[in-house]
Design a protein around this ligand. Structure first.
Ligand SMILES: [Zn+2]
Length: 411
């Protein structure tokens, strides 16, 4: 029988969520915001307090620690990210706990128009009697990924207090800047020193994710011919009009985020800026397969070439750079980390579910860099917005999964 972790998880999550540690994609510094170090310094203090070894805050802003093993086995890394999403207000988070959820509508003290209902979010309807944690209506909660942090800190505290709980050597990593895709420093794989790892950054109970998108970034620059509009007849070449033409020519009914699902990838215009003289367009290209991703890049380039050919006075460049790759490419060579997670879940009565993620995780980069790293559930729901919520009992299941993994790894 597993011990009861719910109260410790509620305490940790509410304390961690109240600390603003939002990341900022526009900042060139590392970590992107200094406030993330407030979380990191607290974790250093708490890890030291519970007796973790080798507690370090690296100069790239990651907190590392060791939980010594009781038996020989693979060294397993466990990761969670301390930053919260830049997409929504994250300052002044006031977490509150709804004890013994009764299945009704959840309202918000700071936003009377807002409500959370099981009709809109059926997973909430499965959580009768659970302790539900939300924010107050004007901010996100930040369970993404303070839940992962709380789960790992609770598991670590339990293991360090119970030296008989069998486990191999474990390494913990709390990373900054995951939400802006900068969570994995090139030095992290060596500093982590794990044979394989897991992020606790997933949603509903049972999720064991080992397939992510493969991702490229495309920058299109369109240079027209700028001239005073009063003297423009037959001379002006508007970069804005060419940009509009490019967007219009892309397959908008079959290959955008809003028109695709499941295993289909997309081309998504995320940003456009400039003027009649020059326009810069940013696209993200996503697909689960290398071929599909390459085809999307080729299509974009081909359309740019076509538009350039229709207006020889304009210059159009299309620069494609890799972002991350589907972790399945590496995991299918050695499925040990996935099999272990599946076995560890079943050992505590949870049926694992592995669905491809239409996004990436810190684990995608880490896997590519040689540390296979599937993603495990925490319970977090409706992330990156004011309706974000999590069940403390779901987090307790994730904590149990972490402990089950450490046992299972010795078998
Ligand atoms: Zn996350």
């Amino acid at each position: 029988m597993m011990p009861e972790f719910t109260e410790e998880l509620i305490d940790r999550l509410t304390r961690y969520c109240a600390i603003d540690s939002q990341s900022d994609a526009s900042s060139p510094s590392r970590p992107s915001t200094a406030i993330q170090l407030d979380m990191q310094r607290l974790l250093v203090e708490e890890l030291t307090g519970i007796g973790a070894q080798d507690v370090t805050l690296t100069d790239y802003g990651t907190v590392l620690a060791t939980i010594p093993g009781t038996d020989p086995g693979p060294t397993i890394g466990f990761l969670a990210h301390v930053d919260t999403a830049p997409q929504f207000n994250a300052s002044g988070v006031k977490p509150r706990v709804i004890r013994g959820y009764n299945g009704g509508t959840i309202t918000y003290p700071d936003a009377p128009d807002l409500s959370l209902t099981p009709d809109d979010f059926p997973y909430l309807g499965e959580k009768l009697g659970h302790d539900i944690i939300t924010a107050s209506g004007t901010t996100l909660l930040g369970a993404d990924d303070k839940a992962g942090v709380a789960i790992l800190m609770t598991a670590a505290r339990h293991l360090l207090a119970n030296p008989d709980h069998p486990r191999p050597t474990l390494r913990l990593a709390f990373t900054p800047d995951e939400e802006i895709g900068r969570g994995v420093d090139p030095r992290l794989p060596a500093d982590l020193g794990a044979d394989f790892a897991y992020t606790f950054d997933g949603g509903r109970v049972g999720e064991v994710e080992y397939e992510t998108f493969s991702a490229d970034l495309a920058m299109v620059t369109i240079t027209g011919v700028s001239i005073h509009p009063g003297f423009a007849t037959g001379k002006l070449v508007s970069a804005i009009q060419l940009a509009a033409k490019l967007l219009q020519t892309l397959p908008q009914a079959t290959m955008t985020p809003d028109t695709t699902a499941g295993r289909d990838g997309f081309i998504h215009a995320t940003d456009m800026e400039g003027d009649a003289a020059e326009m810069r367009l940013t696209f993200i290209l996503r697909d689960f397969e290398r071929d599909g991703l390459a085809a999307k890049g080729a299509l974009l380039k081909q359309l740019c070439t076509g538009i350039a050919a229709s207006e020889p006075r304009a210059t159009i460049t299309c620069q494609i750079t890799p972002q991350y790759r589907n972790m399945r490419y590496w995991l299918e060579d050695d499925m040990t980390p996935v099999t272990l997670a599946h076995d560890a879940a079943r050992a505590i009565g949870i049926e694992p579910v592995s669905i491809p993620i239409r996004g990436g995780t810190d684990g995608s980069r880490l896997t590519e860099m040689g540390v296979p790293c599937p993603n495990l559930f925490t319970g977090m729901q409706n992330i990156h917005g004011p309706l974000e919520w999590i069940s403390a009992q779901d987090m307790a299941r994730a904590t149990e999964l972490c402990l089950s993994l450490t046992r299972q790894a010795l078998k």
